[in-house]
Write a protein that binds this ligand. Structure first.
Ligand code: BEZ
Length: 198
């Protein structure tokens, strides 16, 4: 059984032996950990939103970037990619993910409906709304400007958004929130060539 340092809402006895991690953000296009297989599918009851602030990877303090988190919502689902970890390496990968996400994420076991019909239990990372970096909703043009103006140690915030949108499209997946934001950001990019967008 894996020992998790972060909150895992299911009982330890329910935790599955196979460890799958749900990718719904940068992990979709840059997993940067070893995995044995990956499957496209969705988790029910969650929606993806660019509401989590990033003051390290995609922004800096005072000018945070926006990255995705999940918000609970009945009657919806979030598409992404489940990665099955190598059993021997799983704890190391989870520790590295905790490190990468600065411990600001809670974890839940959720059923993941694969596109091929199979159901597996996945570990879902959620940046809760009471974490210190949470930015929450804003008008689309406001979020787009924040993203265009934010850069962090992993690169520009635009890369995070545009690569996520491109990856979803590549897998024939749709997400209105991501694609609306992508369009809003792309509309700003030419104006942004000579400095920050006001
Ligand atoms: C992501 O897909 O971006 C992600 C997945 C797990 C933990 C943190 C981020």
């Amino acid at each position: 059984m894996l020992e998790h340092s972060l909150t895992v809402r299911s009982h330890a006895a329910d935790a599955p032996q196979e460890v799958w991690v749900f990718g719904y953000g940068s992990i979709i296009w840059r997993p940067d950990f070893e995995f044995v297989e990956q499957r496209v599918g969705f988790v029910r009851g969650w929606k993806r939103r660019f509401y989590q602030g990033s003051t390290d990877h995609r922004g800096v303090p005072g000018r945070p970037g926006r990255v995705v988190t999940l918000l609970p919502e009945a009657e919806t689902h979030c598409w992404g990619v489940a990665f099955r970890l190598n059993g021997d390496e799983a704890q190391k990968v989870l520790d590295a993910l905790d490190q990468r996400e600065q411990g600001g994420y809670e974890r839940y076991w959720e059923p993941f409906q694969c596109r091929d019909g199979r159901v597996v239990q996945v570990l879902v990372y959620v940046a809760a709304t009471d974490n210190p970096h949470y930015l929450g909703p804003a008008a689309l043009p406001v979020m787009a400007r924040q993203i265009v103006n934010a850069h962090g140690e992993s690169g520009p915030n635009t890369e995070y958004l545009l690569r996520l949108a491109e990856s979803l499209r590549h897998m024939n997946l749709h997400d209105d929130h991501v694609f609306d934001l992508e369009r809003a950001v792309q509309n700003l990019l030419p104006q942004n060539r000579h400095g920050n967008v006001a």
